[in-house]
Design a protein around this ligand. Structure first.
Ligand code: A2P
Length: 350
């Protein structure tokens, strides 16, 4: 078998659908592709490269016949199925927050820490979709000077929550204009024509889980365990793309021009920064693209050696599916997908 057998768990979801597109676009080499989802989607068909694939139940047995599994469903599925897959010699690339901070699990943005893939023990994790673009910008800029601290405010789209949240935004928008009361299910308050300073769940001290992810994951990916990162995460009524206002203090001064050059030369980052023509990154322009877009690069007058910038990134692509496929490419290139012991050919029970 020259190429891995691949399974997407959560193939009918917001990230899973984009993963299918990304696998096709990047011509990821596969022996076979299987799709799984919740029981309600079993039997549905999905077209991939002109071929009809039937969605299957998410059972451990699937992994006995898979070499690489992308999991993007929910925390419970990630918790259970990642272990089931690993036990069956299938390498997991997981999109949930369940595994990211496990010391045995590499948390990877290939532009930054691709070599961390080598240490995988069956499970690898992709970062949270607002962490990925931030760490890429920080990695580009720390080439000029060590970073002392980072302050970020995020503006996160509803697809970060999933397809049901997108449907809710659309329905609430229609209800708003029709004068009907908003029906809320995905969030504690209406998201249409509103902002919620609440992404994830509240933790001790008043931080949200999303804000703690930005701190802890940034430290792990950059291998900077003491880096202070203060984040305020806000859900906004945007379909796709997370945006972030970022303020960075450096040990040494960096001019906006130098920062622009470092960012423009970094793989996967595009600088869009021409105030004279109102050119700056926006979610509507970033949707469907793999690059992280950075603009509004300027001196931060409130921080010593400070820079302020604005970034936009498609949360379903580089924030999730694209980064996951890039990790899989690293796993394949390093010959690390033939993991564990020989697989049983067929598993009797699911
Ligand atoms: P389904 O479409 O059958 O509900 P999103 O992030 O857009 O909400 O998508 C979540 C993905 O996770 C979907 O593919 C969804 O399948 C899948 N999923 C949700 N619950 C389960 C479950 N219990 N077992 C397997 N897949 C699940």
């Amino acid at each position: 078998m020259a190429h891995p057998r691949v399974t997407i768990v959560g193939a009918t979801g917001a990230v899973g659908k984009v993963a299918l597109t990304v696998l096709e676009e990047r011509a990821f080499p596969m022996e076979s592709l299987r799709l799984t989802a919740s029981p309600r989607s079993v039997g549905r068909t999905v077209t991939f490269k002109g071929e009809e694939l039937t969605v299957e139940a998410t059972t451990p047995a699937v992994f006995a016949e898979s070499d690489i599994a992308f999991i993007s469903a929910n925390d419970d599925i990630s918790r259970d199925m990642a272990l089931a897959a690993k036990e069956r010699g299938c390498v997991v690339i997981d999109d949930s927050g369940v595994w990211r901070m496990d010391p045995e699990v590499p948390l990877v943005v290939p532009e930054i820490n691709a070599d961390d893939v080598d240490a995988h023990n069956g499970i690898l994790a992709i970062p949270n979709c607002s962490t990925t673009p931030l760490v890429m910008a920080l990695d580009a800029l720390r080439q000029a000077s060590p970073i002392r601290r980072v302050i970020a405010a995020t503006y996160q789209s509803v697809t970060g929550t999933g397809s049901a949240a997108l449907a809710e935004l659309e329905e609430q928008s229609r209800d708003y204009f029709a004068g009907n009361e908003a029906r809320t299910d995905q969030y504690p308050h209406p998201i249409a024509f509103n902002l919620l300073p609440h992404v994830g769940s509240f933790r001790d001290g008043g931080h949200t889980s999303e804000e703690m992810k930005m701190l802890n994951e940034t430290r792990k990916i950059l291998h900077e365990p003491g880096l202070p990162v203060s984040a305020t995460c806000v859900r906004v009524p945007v379909r796709v793309c997370h945006s972030e206002a970022v303020n960075i203090e450096f040990e040494r001064p960096i001019s906006p021009g130098e920062a622009r050059e470092l960012l423009a030369n970094y793989p996967g980052i595009v600088v869009v920064d021409d105030p004279a023509t109102n050119a700056y990154p926006m979610p509507l322009d970033g949707e469907g693209k793999d690059e992280v877009f950075v603009g509004r690069i300027r001196e931060d007058v409130a921080l010593p050696n400070g820079l302020a910038l604005w970034l936009v990134s498609d949360n379903l692509r580089k924030g999730a599916a694209t980064n996951a496929v890039q990790i899989a490419e690293e796993v394949v290139a390093r010959g690390l997908w033939r993991y564990g012991a020989a697989k049983p050919a067929v598993e009797a029970t699911a």
